[in-house]
Write a protein that binds this ligand. Structure first.
Ligand code: SF4
Length: 312
């Protein structure tokens, strides 16, 4: 008796469907280039003659960062060098050959720094305690040293818009600080400039881009550390808001670049003590009797960029 094969076979996509996929992929690539280009320009992240050290972890975001920076370098009116750097922290089962193979295949200069921070962290931090803070401190110090040795003038990290928002809320909820993750900052040793060219990019886009480009992703849980629960909660909260209140998260993100120190309470940012009436009208003056700005919600009114004609 013959048995019927129950395995489902996915239908072969039609030429039209394939054309649509190619069109969407191209649109995503253009959007990433535009957003990264805009962030670089807005914050003057890269200048003529820079040597940019791109920190590559093997995760989707750092691959996307390197890929987009390579594209932009070809089109840029300035000259800058790119060198990819990976810190092999000797985590168990780290596939040490994956990144060198990939970087050779795309012909990008690179340096792999071998430092067993994993053993140091395991030795110092008691079992069950969170290891991330010591681990990242060690990693930071090593990367600064490597940047010096390579003569890098900028250190590029793959943090994106979602990381920035999550960090902002982590600081707000757990550290009582209005503090985010800036697109450009001086390193804590005062010697380097750290840049985050993906600052305007959504994580969903780096995720899709990594899948399209088939980057050889290295899992991020090799160290065995538990996922940061607070960050996970914030991520969930933001996703929920995005679904329930369209425009809210976008507005908060936009607010990070529209700060009004005279309407907050930080005396180091605004000299409240010397404030006197000048007799001159000011749009930043108090409008205590006006309607609250939240009285008329306007979802989706804040846009960061003028969309490309082919994007909408
Ligand atoms: S998740 Fe692991 S590798 Fe990453 S910072 Fe924490 S301990 Fe280090």
């Amino acid at each position: 008796m013959s048995t019927m094969n129950t395995m489902s076979i996915s239908p072969i996509p039609s030429a039209k469907q394939m054309e649509k996929v190619a069109y969407e992929n191209n649109k995503l690539h253009k959007r990433l280039c535009r957003q990264v280009g805009q962030a670089i320009g807005d914050f003057n992240m890269i200048e003529d003659g820079d040597k940019v050290m791109v920190c590559l972890s093997g995760g989707k975001d750092s691959y996307a960062l390197l890929d987009i920076l390579l594209t932009l370098r070809q089109r840029a009116p300035i000259n800058f060098e790119i060198i990819a750097v990976n810190l092999d922290q000797k985590q168990p089962n780290f596939p040490a050959e994956v990144l060198p193979e990939y970087l050779r295949s795309i012909n990008v200069p690179f340096h792999i720094e071998n430092q067993d921070t994993y053993s140091i962290v395991k030795r110092i931090i008691p079992e069950g305690k969170t290891t991330c803070s010591l681990c990242s401190r060690l990693r930071r110090g090593i990367l600064y040293r490597v940047a010096d040795e390579l003569g890098a003038t900028k250190i590029a990290l793959g943090h994106h818009r979602d990381d920035i928002m999550e960090t902002f809320f982590l600081n707000l909820f757990f550290a009582s600080k209005l503090k985010g993750m800036p697109p450009k900052l001086q390193s804590d040793d005062g010697k380097h400039i750290v840049i985050r060219p993906l600052a305007y990019v959504h994580e969903a886009d780096t995720e899709r881009y990594a899948a399209i480009k088939n980057f050889p992703i290295i899992p991020c849980d090799l160290c065995g550390s538990q996922e940061n629960l607070q960050r996970k909660q914030i991520k969930g909260m933001l996703r929920e808001w995005e679904k329930k209140f369209p425009g809210r998260v976008e507005n908060i993100y936009s607010a990070l670049s529209t700060v009004v120190p005279s309407h907050l309470m930080d005396r180091s940012l605004f000299d409240f003590a010397s404030l006197q009436a000048t007799g001159i009208a000011s749009p930043d003056g108090d409008i205590a009797f006006d309607e609250e700005p939240c009285a008329t919600p306007q979802p989706n009114v804040i846009k960061f960029h003028t969309p490309d004609a082919d994007e909408d």
